[in-house]
Design a protein around this ligand. Sequence first.
Ligand code: SAM
Ligand code: DTB
Ligand code: SF4
Length: 326
Amino acid sequence: MNNTAQKWTRESAQKLYDQPFMELLYQAQTVHRTHFDPNRVQMSRLLSIKTGGCAEDCSYCSQSARNGANLPASKLIEVQRVLSEAKKARDAGATRYCMGAAWREPKERDMDALVAMIQGVQDLGMESCMTLGMLDNSQVIKLKQAGLDYYNHNIDTSERYYPEVITTRTFADRIDTLNRVREAGIKVCSGGILGMGEEKSDRIDMLITLANLPEAPDSVPINMLMPQADTPLADAEPIEPFDFVRVIALARIMMPTSHVRLSAGRTDMSDEMQAMCFFAGANSVFVGDTLLTAENPESSEDMALFNKLGILPMEAECKAKVEAAE
Ligand code: SAM
Ligand code: DTB
Ligand code: SF4
């Protein structure tokens, strides 16, 4: 349980954020050590199960049909293909399999295949995660009954900045889906993107919204914008690395028992920046050379970095359960 007894205000969160860098990092690492082994990082693998042609207008995304990126739209891929990819990911060390679809929301006709994917991933002894856009109550219940462990649905930025980035849905729509997912008993994965031209206060406000949810998300992905050609954010000013690390540290302090995921954008980070993020409390990454459509570090590069830092993979809870039952 990630019950957030403390309700964060802008004042209390900003006071933490504005501390000297070393104080902030020391505090974040101290919090981190009270809840986690600082040398373990959870490893998830992503697969795009339906790519491109999305009806939403997210300014950062190559998959929006409304942006100029013109990524060809594919259909939902076959269950067997998903499961053979999931098996490869498991054999390469991933403990959670995350399936993403470029949808505003799933259609009724897709539900049976989604259920089969969840069950297949579970049978492989991995945790399952899906990110499919908005969900209604009956869809949430079907996914829960199939055994879905996590649902990813990012708030992306602050409520103030949200309409500058997306106009085809509201911040409140996002929170509604998050509440439905949590109430159905599926673990929540929600975070955002840094480097979209937002202010420091937007980054802090995004974390306040997440930490002040009725229950803080179990996973908090912090993405660094990967600028995509022919999208409105193709030329966005990159975020200063120390500012990025500060947000990771703040997320760790404000959501002490959540997994903070160093998500998209690692190909543009030095080993030293990633190490600083782990020190600041990040304890989850996506592994494998592709995210949904964009690049991620090669496995060999990640293994070399983890070996240099003495980082070991974190076991999945459900995998441990499967092994104990055998
Ligand atoms: N369509 C679903 C949705 O939007 O919820 C699921 C897939 S969507 C690609 C998942 C998340 O990936 C987005 O919410 C966003 O935070 C992140 N993302 C997408 N494009 C990105 C980019 N170019 N750089 C960094 N993060 C990105
Ligand atoms: C999240 O916060 N980041 C992942 C996952 N959730 C679904 C997606 C990153 C996408 C990066 C751009 C791409 O691969 O197209
Ligand atoms: Fe569609 Fe998701 Fe991309 Fe937005 S982020 S355009 S909803 S795939």
